[in-house]
Write a protein that binds this ligand. Sequence first.
Ligand code: HEC
Length: 211
Amino acid sequence: MNHGPLIFLGILFTFASAWCGLVLVPHQQLADLAPNVSEETGQSFPQARPGDAAQGARLYTSLGCVACHTQQVRPEDGGGDIARGWGSRRSVARDYLYDMPLQLGNQRLAPDLANYGERLGTNPPPYLHLYNPRAVTAGSFCSANPFLFTRRATNNTLSPDALRLRKGFEIEVGSELVPTREADQLVAYLRSLRFAVGLPEAPLKTAEETK
Ligand code: HEC
């Protein structure tokens, strides 16, 4: 008996269903995604990152921060991210409209950074942490980036933007470390990581609900 047509149809069906699952359905779900405009405030979310933060995003990619840090907050029934304070709602596809490349990450060896800017709030920016995480958190294995800082001579008083290095991490007397333009850009990017805006598909959790 000739099974040729049957085998052909079987193969066709396999490829057609894979195409539907991997191309057609995602296309229908995601192709029309656009920023959400809030009815109350008229504000659009997400927004494209301005210059410095966009440059910082490139640095974040090139320095391989994604090897340890994710940028995706799981829903409440999928893990403890919201309870840990990493976001006040789950991450959804719309949050990443302007991210290219995506920095979702697939190994979480360190705190999620999707909402880091919001967490940072009015605290001082993490320059010291970027220079040497061990100078902030003992034993941290976050990568150090001393090349993002310039060493320059100083006469006794540190300039306002110089790193305040604690005991054990000092550099030689008469010199100071100041952030380079790249360090500022990376900080601008880290500050821009925030998604505390409710969306129709993912409303914000109230403080009560996140307990
Ligand atoms: C080898 C893994 C690893 C890599 C690579 C890494 N980190 Fe980290 N990072 C950590 C760990 C672990 C922590 C938690 C301990 C700490 O606070 O230092 C952390 C903490 C942080 C924090 C503080 C987060 C918070 O919630 O307080 C920031 C900001 C951060 N990292 C930024 C970066 C940036 C930017 C890069 C890329 C230049 C990077 N990290 C690369 C492991 C890593």
